[in-house]
Design a protein around this ligand. Structure first.
Ligand code: GH3
Ligand code: MG
Ligand code: MG
Length: 308
């Protein structure tokens, strides 16, 4: 564990660092307040600091206050050492943010005991900080893994890919067919630019609703990113997939961007493909659907195209 000893008295710093080293601590020594403040602000700050009250430049009391008002140092365990031993001084020290208070002359047994307490608390703080770090990384992971896209209510990208991989494996295993649609809203950047990002979000939300209403319950709808969606159609032939694509393209036209003003038509382009014997991975289908989608875009948008 890293520790800092700050005292302008060389004898005191020697006694303190020896005691700390005997406890297996890594000790940094400072002989004035400025140097101590620099050491406290190093990349890896000490977990325990023993500070003299009276030091040149910055005194221990001021250091305590600074430590407590610096979020990254706030959990540091601080022992204030001083020859001042009145009750008022003790209160002032604790109020400035010290965790413990030790009067000079230093008694070795007392010092050892107080270092023991400080180490225990500092270790608990470090464990707590580690736990908080782990929890927040778990939370981020869970958010990434969440099944639903908040804006549209359809499956999130990650989840959709998981489901699609499973359906691909299942269909191959039992020699079943299935199809895939890739849909992308047309001129969506222009919609955002004209009506604002919030209106754009509402369009995405309506598009998700429309997909859910237009598709079957067994179809797997996902938002792959931005204004791009994919629908997996289990047990569905190319013909049936194309007729669904036609219905989606038509239904999209009834989404109004700014309903209060009754203006702003919306359209989408769709790429359609059916699984093929030679497809060894889902990727092969995705690439085909993507190419068909871009063919539909090139052909003028507001239409679907089949990857023949
Ligand atoms: P194209 O017809 O070729 O698809 O043109 P486009 O404008 O739809 O496509 P482009 O890829 O140029 O722009 C997509 C836009 O979608 C840009 C981006 O700001 C917007 N977008 C992505 N995600 C969101 C979102 O969650 N909300 C909103 N409002 N806009 C988004
Ligand atoms: Mg687009
Ligand atoms: Mg796009």
């Amino acid at each position: 564990m890293r520790t800092l000893v700050a005292d302008d008295d060389l004898i005191i710093t020697t006694i303190l660092s020896n005691a700390l080293s005997r406890n297996g601590m890594q000790v940094t020594v400072a002989h004035d307040g400025d140097v101590a403040w620099q050491a406290l602000n190093s990349v890896q700050p000490p977990a325990l600091a023993i500070l003299d009250w009276m030091m040149p430049n910055l005194d221990g009391l001021e250091l305590c206050r600074r430590i407590r008002s610096t979020p990254r140092l706030a959990s540091m365990y601080v022992i204030l050492v001083t020859a001042r031993d009145s009750r008022e001084d003790l209160v002032a020290g604790l109020e400035a943010g010290a965790d413990d208070y030790m009067a000079k002359p230093i008694n070795i047994a007392e010092l050892q005991a107080r270092i023991g307490v400080g180490t225990r608390v500092a270790k608990l703080q470090q464990n707590l900080a580690q736990h908080v770090k782990e929890l927040s990384s778990t939370r981020d992971h869970l958010a990434r893994m969440a099944s639903t896209d908040v804006l549209t209510g359809v499956y999130s990208r990650r989840w959709w890919f998981d489901m699609a991989e499973k359906e691909f494996a299942r269909a191959r295993r039992y020699n079943r067919t299935f199809s895939l649609l890739m849909a992308d809203l047309d001129w969506f950047k222009q919609i955002n630019d004209t009506y604002g990002h919030e209106a754009g979000d509402k369009v995405l939300n309506q598009f998700g609703d429309m997909l859910r209403k237009t598709c079957r319950k067994s179809d797997v709808i996902g938002r792959l990113g931005g204004e791009e969606f994919a629908v997996l159609l289990p047990e569905t032939s190319a013909e049936a997939a194309q007729s669904l694509a036609a219905r989606i393209t038509k239904a999209c036209l009834s989404i109004i961007v700014d309903p209060s003003a009754g203006e702003g038509k919306c359209s989408c382009s769709i790429g359609v493909t059916e699984v093929r014997q030679q497809d060894d991975k889902l990727d092969a289908m995705l690439t085909r659907a993507d190419q068909a989608l871009y063919a539909a875009k090139r052909a003028g948008r507001n239409q679907w195209s089949f990857a023949a």
